[in-house]
Design a protein around this ligand. Structure first.
Ligand SMILES: Cc1cc2nc3c(=O)[nH]c(=O)nc-3n(C[C@H](O)[C@H](O)[C@H](O)COP(=O)(O)OP(=O)(O)OC[C@H]3O[C@@H](n4cnc5c(N)ncnc54)[C@H](O)[C@@H]3O)c2cc1C
Length: 401
């Protein structure tokens, strides 16, 4: 059996093989949407020598980014495996190995960390923890090469995360998981675009008719990466919907957590993602609504109470920001790439896993643009509907050979 680590090495080799073919270098590209996947693709394509045009309806860099700006940007395929499909878990492991390569090519540093995830619960919520561990065990049964979760007692927990010494008597450590700083990433991608002479055209509502006319004139590629903004034009596999999430950004100099920490709780499950310099992102509710109004009092009370229970040092934290956004989500909660007309791709449905999987989608799209095939999408079970339907991928991935 090929382990997930060996697979990552093979994937990395194939990622290096995704260099553009010389004949294709230089095709112009129009990217609609400068959030996560649009900015990532535009940045690489510009570095590879393509003339890139990128537009967004947001007012400017400070307002732009959609869900990507608000997200906690945890890279946690094992923790998420209990709530998603095998394909997405495989895409997550591929992406964990790819992020350091992608970040090293950017002109500004981006905080990236791979120190695992910590799962905690209170004694009275042992039932909740058992349910979580049963779900994980079921996933492990299906995907035996996933890294095994490690049970913690109060001593091993204190060694791993000294700031929590004496606060919890048990926990679970999920090795290899990571996180990055989403806002540093968005800024670094903009800086890379600028270095290659590309400025995002902010405040630019560009409709499909205009995009098709641009394509007729230029013979280039159009990549629709508008997230939830693509709702009206999304036709494949059912409607695109928004799933609301709320997060709080805190400055907490008295708290020194080293890795993303999730608290299992029947009513207030939360995560705490520690970024650099005592900045913490605490979230996140998941509500089936497209309501983009400000964060509710109930959510603030629940998120902050739960954070205070994890570490009392949060009492003296300063609230830097309360924010809400909607995750772009397809009916099956899985991502998809659809070629609606030759060389016109819609890329969407990244849901709550955009950071966790976007390098996989990025590489699959680039393989299609440069080499006209989608073998990586097949390998990773990414739905990829091409204009030439014999090339389409719907199958599910086998992480085990
Ligand atoms: C609260 C919250 C927490 C999250 N936490 C995590 C996490 O921990 N880990 C993880 O992996 N993922 C997380 N996510 C999910 C992640 O943020 C998304 O999956 C990802 O941002 C989706 O990327 P995208 O590029 O498709 O869309 P977006 O990032 O939303 O970008 C879409 C862009 O398109 C622009 N746009 C919209 N309409 C138009 C138009 N008509 N014309 C031009 N431009 C347009 C928008 O302004 C925006 O800039 C979280 C999301 C939320 C909301």
């Amino acid at each position: 059996m090929v382990s997930i680590m060996e697979k990552q090495t093979l994937w990395l080799k194939s990622a290096t093989a995704l260099e553009p073919l010389p004949s294709k270098r230089g095709d112009p590209v129009l990217v609609i949407g400068a959030g996560l996947i649009g900015r990532l693709l535009a940045s690489t394509l510009a570095s590879q020598g393509h003339p890139v045009r990128i537009v967004d309806t947001a007012a400017g860099a400070a307002a732009g980014g959609g869900a990507a700006w608000v997200a906690a940007a945890m890279l946690a395929p094992l923790a998420e495996s209990i709530a998603t499909e095998t394909n997405v878990v495989a895409q997550g492991y591929y992406a964990l190995a790819r992020w350091p390569q992608l970040l090293s090519s950017l002109p500004q540093p981006v905080f990236f960390q791979q120190q695992g995830t910590l799962i905690l619960w209170h004694r009275q919520d042992a039932g909740e923890a058992q349910r979580f561990m049963d779900l994980l065990a079921r996933v492990q049964n299906r995907l035996q090469e996933l890294p095994a979760p490690q049970p913690l007692n109060s001593q091993s927990l204190a060694e791993l995360e000294p700031a929590l010494a004496g606060r919890f008597s048990q926990g679970l450590y999920l090795p290899q998981e990571g996180q990055l700083d989403n806002r540093q990433l968005l800024a670094a991608l903009l800086a890379n675009l600028r270095e290659h002479g590309v400025e995002v055209e902010w405040n630019c509502p560009l409709d499909y008719e205009t995009a098709h006319r641009w394509q007729e004139r230029s013979g280039g590629w159009v990549l629709d990466c508008r997230g939830l903004g693509a709702q009206k034009e999304w036709r494949w596999g059912g409607p695109l919907r928004g799933v609301r999430g709320e997060v709080i950004r805190l400055y907490a100099p008295e708290v020194s957590l080293q890795r993303p920490t999730r608290l299992l709780h029947p009513r207030y499950p939360i995560y705490i993602a520690p970024k650099q310099d005592h900045l913490f992102v605490i979230g996140a509710t998941e509500i089936e609504t497209e309501d983009l109004s400000p964060v509710s009092v109930r959510s603030v009370l629940e998120l902050l109470s739960a954070a205070y229970v994890v570490h009392s040092g949060f009492a003296e934290a300063r609230i830097l920001e309360l924010n809400s956004q909607c995750r772009p989500t397809l009916p099956d909660n899985l991502p998809a790439v659809v070629e609606v007309a030759p060389r016109f791709l819609q890329i969407n449905g990244l849901y709550r896993h955009g950071f966790m999987i976007s390098p996989a989608i990025h590489d699959a799209v680039l393989e299609y643009i440069h080499q006209g095939c989608n073998s990586l999408a097949k390998q990773l079970g990414l739905a990829f509907e091409t204009a030439n339907s014999s090339n389409s991928v719907h199958g599910s991935v086998q992480v085990s050979p």
